[in-house]
Design a protein around this ligand. Sequence first.
Ligand code: FMN
Length: 187
Amino acid sequence: MKSFKSTAWLLPQPVLIIGTYDKEGKPNAMNAAWGGQWDMHEIMISLGSHQTTDNLAVNPEFTVTFATADTLVASDYVGIASGRNTPDKMQKAGWTIEKAPNVNAPVFKEFPMTLECRVKQKIDESETGYYLVAEIVNILCDEKYLAEDGKPDVEKMNLITFDPVHHTYIQLGKSVGNAFADGKQLK
Ligand SMILES: Cc1cc2nc3c(=O)[nH]c(=O)nc-3n(C[C@H](O)[C@H](O)[C@H](O)COP(=O)(O)O)c2cc1C
């Protein structure tokens, strides 16, 4: 086994797109890989200081959607351009924007599935950012991406993950097994 010094290589990492409105209701989006499920109805995201955090300070509601192969270029773009100094950031991203039904935040219609969220807690807040814990208020899924059982079909979404080792995006593939079930063979 080769050893590497400590770094942010937890695998696999998501490509989360966080949607917020500023105090005038102007939409913004940013890319975040350092996030995950926190509890049954809560998520967490490690946030630096961004237009997104400025927006959350005045309006603590947001959306989180999951980047896909089709939305990759603009998803990366919103992670390298800031709304703080790019007034036409969302025009350049080119997404169709609608207000979310249950929170004061934008939904980007090109994405299959979106969480509507409300800030619950900001942990270790400083001028460089904080760890955000947020309640999932509601989940939206485009009907095109539903499975036969009526639930979201992740296989249909062509989601991408962030590879923090080589800074690439990797597309998710096929289902290869059944969780809480296949392991029973060894019980
Ligand atoms: C692949 C990728 C992952 C990122 N992950 C995070 C993250 O987890 N937390 C964070 O604060 N910024 C992260 N960023 C940086 C922000 O997306 C970036 O600073 C963005 O410009 C902020 O936009 P805003 O100022 O308009 O809110 C990431 C960027 C990329 C490209």
